[in-house]
Ligand binder design. Structure first.
Ligand SMILES: [Ca+2]
Length: 119
């Protein structure tokens, strides 16, 4: 009886471990939102890139329409709140271009697109 319980217990641990691992490794697809709202209301206030925790070796650069760098980060960790690089004040509402680079599967890949800030 005790042995049977022990086996069940170990089996349960095994399931937990397997589930934990699969939950961690399942997140591989980088998804960069096309809009966020850094107005301090606690909803969608930061530029959150899905699965970025699995790609710590990354860089993110945000440009305005004139090609000026508005924000730049090495090892971006989902903490951009829409404030500019230079004077740390809010960048104007509008659409910005981004270049996101990350090592994926041993090679560096770039993702580009646009992000709209609306407050
Ligand atoms: Ca918001």
């Amino acid at each position: 009886m005790i042995k049977k319980l022990l086996v069940s217990f170990l089996f349960a641990i095994g399931l937990l471990t397997t589930n934990g691992l699969s939950a961690q490794t399942a997140c591989t697809d980088i998804v960069i939102p096309d809009v966020f709202t850094p107005n301090g209301d606690g909803i969608n206030d930061l530029l959150v890139i899905t699965c970025i925790e699995n790609y710590p070796d990354n860089s993110l650069t945000i440009y305005n329409r004139w090609g000026e760098v508005m924000y730049q980060a090495e090892g971006y960790s989902n903490n951009w709140d829409g404030r500019g690089e230079k004077n740390k004040s809010d960048v104007p509402d509008g659409t910005y271009a981004f270049i996101f680079k990350a090592k994926m599967g041993g090679e560096e890949k770039s993702l580009t697109g646009s992000i709209t800030i609306t407050r």
